[in-house]
Design a protein around this ligand. Structure first.
Ligand code: GLU
Length: 428
């Protein structure tokens, strides 16, 4: 690959890099493509702050356990920190920091007036009852109360959290503040200030990105086969939309494995993770595959929409898809990215492909501030417009300068952030 000479590259992906290491390397690489002051790049390598809190929980049996929670706030030059809260055993300060950097670029590439944040609790949400999750969330909201707020830092759902989690968070925050403040989080149920279409939005933008990538390569969606890893809110919605638009979705998976039908699956008949968790393998299909096998299927579009670090140096040579569209955050390691670039397999990056989530979060935030609700049609129309504008901005960098899609997206994002930093100046 000959790009850097660090130990991880001589033993590629023996243990995939953390999100922070990957995010910093991507930033350093992108910095070589933009005319940005080194001081700005240096500042962007570091988060403003990472808040760590202890979250005590009384379990249903009366015992008490203490979990560790985080909120990483990366950069707010363009507006309040914005990004999800995840409940997952591997949540750490380092992971949250890397993911918060991606949120900074994601908001900038979509031209949203937000910076980047990410947080969560190191906990296995499957090991908690509903009541325990509610108590944990309310206490977490209280522990983060000083660092979040509708004009400072606005959390949202992420892995292991959902609209109900956001409802509890918003309620706990509002109760303590003494007034109803729906704009403190996004991704809430519509009845309490959530936006229609928010749930589906990351999958919708991934589907739009896949559709545009297919068109860009002079192909028809009707002639396109797609494999989707993960059948949660990103994967299931992307798969269903792509099928509605004429593509043939040949494989989908959940944590237990994949189902495969070369003639196409009926994705609307397969329950999403929300509808019925881990039900993919229970569906009738000619073949079942492992998640690893799904990734190396000979399809037109591969859409990894589950967890990070699934396309690594160990399997990047075996990827047979013509286009990769990143539905998850960080599914491709830095080493794998270089291999795919060498093999001329375009990778539409997460910060563009799944940015529909945070884009509709922005619409939700606007609706909350203005105390009015947009129709689903308006949300989807404005989302489509935003994604297409970002797509065209990124495509221009790809076409004009021969950059990869990831580098091009970083160039668009970094230029906007750097311009904002230069205009505001460094204080004091
Ligand atoms: N967690 C989502 C993401 O990774 C959405 C963040 C948001 O809506 O603020 O993009």
């Amino acid at each position: 690959m000959g790009m850097t000479s660090s130990a991880t590259e001589t033993e590629p992906d023996a243990e995939p890099d953390s999100a922070l290491v990957t995010a910093r390397r991507q930033l350093e690489r992108a910095a070589t493509h933009v005319d940005v002051e080194p001081g700005v790049i240096e500042r962007l390598k570091h988060p403003t702050r990472v808040q760590q809190v202890s979250v005590p929980l009384e379990r249903d049996d009366g015992s008490v356990e203490v979990f560790t929670g985080y909120r990483a706030q990366h950069d707010d030059v363009r507006g309040p920190y914005k990004g999800g809260l995840r409940y997952h055993p591997e949540v750490s300060a380092e992971e949250c920091t890397g993911l918060s950097m991606w949120m900074t670029w994601k908001c900038a590439v979509m031209d949203l007036p937000f910076g980047g944040g990410k947080g969560g609790i190191a906990v296995d949400p499957k090991a908690l009852t509903g009541e325990e999750t509610e108590r944990l969330t309310r206490r977490f909201a209280e522990e983060l109360r000083d660092v979040v707020g509708p004009t400072t830092d606005v959390p949202a759902p992420d892995m292991g959290t959902d609209a109900q989690t956001m409802a509890w968070f918003m309620d706990a925050y509002s109760m303590q503040q003494g007034e109803t403040i729906p704009g403190v989080v996004t991704g809430k149920p519509p009845v309490i200030g959530g936006s229609y279409g928010r749930e589906e939005a990351p999958g919708r933008s991934a589907a739009i990105a896949a559709r545009e990538a297919v068109r860009y390569h002079d192909r028809e969606l009707a002639e396109t086969t797609v494999a989707v890893q993960g059948f949660g809110s990103v994967g299931a919605n992307a798969a269903r939309l792509l099928e509605d638009w004429g593509a043939t979705v040949v494989a989908v998976s959940d944590i237990n494995g994949a189902i495969y039908d070369p003639d196409g699956l009926e994705t609307h008949a397969i329950p999403t993770h929300d509808e019925e968790p881990e039900a993919v393998l229970e569906q009738a299909a000619p073949e079942t595959l492992s998640n690893g096998e799904l990734l190396t299927l000979d399809v037109d579009v591969l859409l990894p929409a589950a967890v990070g670090n699934v396309i690594t140096a160990n399997n990047a040579d075996d990827i047979r898809a013509d286009i990769v569209v990143e539905g998850a955050n960080g599914p491709t390691t830095f080493a794998a990215d270089a291999i795919l670039e060498e093999r001329e397999i375009p990778v539409i990056p997460d910060i563009l492909a799944n940015a529909g989530g945070v884009t509709v979060s922005y619409f939700e935030w606007l609706q909350d501030i203005n105390r009015r609700q947009w129709s689903l049609e308006r949300v989807n129309e404005e989302l489509e417009e935003h994604v297409l504008e970002a797509w065209h901005d990124v495509r221009a960098e790809v076409d004009d300068r021969g950059l990869t899609w990831r580098d091009a997206a970083y160039v668009v994002a970094l230029s906007r952030i750097a311009e904002a930093k230069a205009t505001r100046g460094l204080w004091p």
